[in-house]
Design a protein around this ligand. Structure first.
Ligand SMILES: NC(=O)c1ccc[n+]([C@@H]2O[C@H](COP(=O)([O-])OP(=O)(O)OC[C@H]3O[C@@H](n4cnc5c(N)ncnc54)[C@H](OP(=O)(O)O)[C@@H]3O)[C@@H](O)[C@H]2O)c1
Length: 269
């Protein structure tokens, strides 16, 4: 993993709300041993230390794993970005963070100051790639103008109930990865008849169908949060090949339904 392009596997591991020290450490260790190579956290998830412990316990070569974290909206002032990125790296127990995101373009986010700090962190080698999360196309345009670094990834909510065609098209046009968060809509995909039908046809689950649909989209990867048996189930979804008619049926579902509260989001004002 070097240079400007980040390689992300189809299915990574989300860790939001995995805050129990033992469970989080064990989940990350197990996930890495099962074959996960992308772990997504955030300073705001209050588990970076446990994610780091899991990473250390798994004994997977460090350069094979993408460790991603995020700076919270309130900590995006220039000096704070430097300070908080360093603190995240320390908690994670890594010399460099592979992918550091602006978590939300809110709070102390200032395109010039925030992104200057991100560029500097990359020049110093504390972070390898710059990511943005919860941006709109206009805010992405503005960020691209300010940043020297390329945007490696844009992370947004995406699943069969929220298909994000415009942001997928934007990501392809500007050559960054689209990382789908809440990719199984926090379980809501289990209630969708079309997904139940496709799952039955492939002897799979609606979660796997959702992840396979995301994985099948060029430039899109997913970070489902999982524990226990769900870890292997979700990883196996990357090998599930949907038929063209299945893809058409998933794409007919779109209901613009979000699971993450975006009351403060820039496109909602
Ligand atoms: N950038 C942002 O603003 C942002 C916002 C939200 C999320 N995220 C990231 O995206 C990750 C995923 O999103 P999310 O946690 O909101 O939602 P999600 O991944 O769509 O759903 C997680 C929930 O689904 C369950 N689950 C996972 N796999 C399953 C399976 N195969 N069958 C049945 N249930 C399953 C999990 O339970 P178990 O734990 O019991 O497996 C958990 O309760 C987060 O953890 C975080 O890393 C980022």
């Amino acid at each position: 993993m070097s240079g400007d392009v980040i390689e992300l596997p189809d299915v990574g591991l989300g860790t939001y709300r995995n805050t129990d020290p033992r469970e989080c450490t064990e989940t990350v260790r197990t996930a890495l041993e099962l074959g996960y190579r992308h772990v997504d956290t955030a300073e705001g998830y209050h588990n970076e230390e446990y994610v780091g412990d899991g990473l250390a316990a798994a004994e997977i070569p460090r350069d094979e794993v993408v460790v991603a974290t995020k700076v919270s909206a309130d900590n995006l002032a220039y000096d704070d970005v430097h300070e908080h990125a360093r603190a995240s790296a320390e908690r994670l127990g890594v010399d460099a963070i592979d992918l550091l995101y602006v978590h939300w373009p809110l709070g102390a986010y200032d395109p010039e100051d925030t992104l200057r700090a991100f560029d500097e962190l990359r020049d110093e080698g504390l972070i390898r790639h710059v990511g943005l999360s919860n941006f709109t196309p206009d805010l992405l345009d503005e960020a691209r103008e300010r940043l020297d670094a390329p945007i490696a990834a844009h992370q947004v909510e995406m699943h069969p109930l929220l298909q994000q065609e415009d942001l997928v098209a934007y990501a392809r046009e500007h050559d960054h990865a689209l990382v789908a968060y809440s990719p199984i809509a926090r379980g809501k995909v289990f209630d969708v008849p079309a997904l139940q039908r496709i799952a039955e046809k492939h002897d799979a689950t609606p979660a796997q169908v959702s992840l396979a649909w995301l994985a099948g989209k060029e430039g899109v990867v997913a970070v489902p949060k999982a524990t226990g048996d769900h870890l292997a189930e979700n990883l196996a979804a990357a090998d599930l090949e949907l038929d063209p008619e299945d893809v058409a049926d998933v794409e007919a579902i779109d209901r613009e339904e979000r699971v993450v509260d975006i009351a403060r989001a820039p496109w909602n004002r």
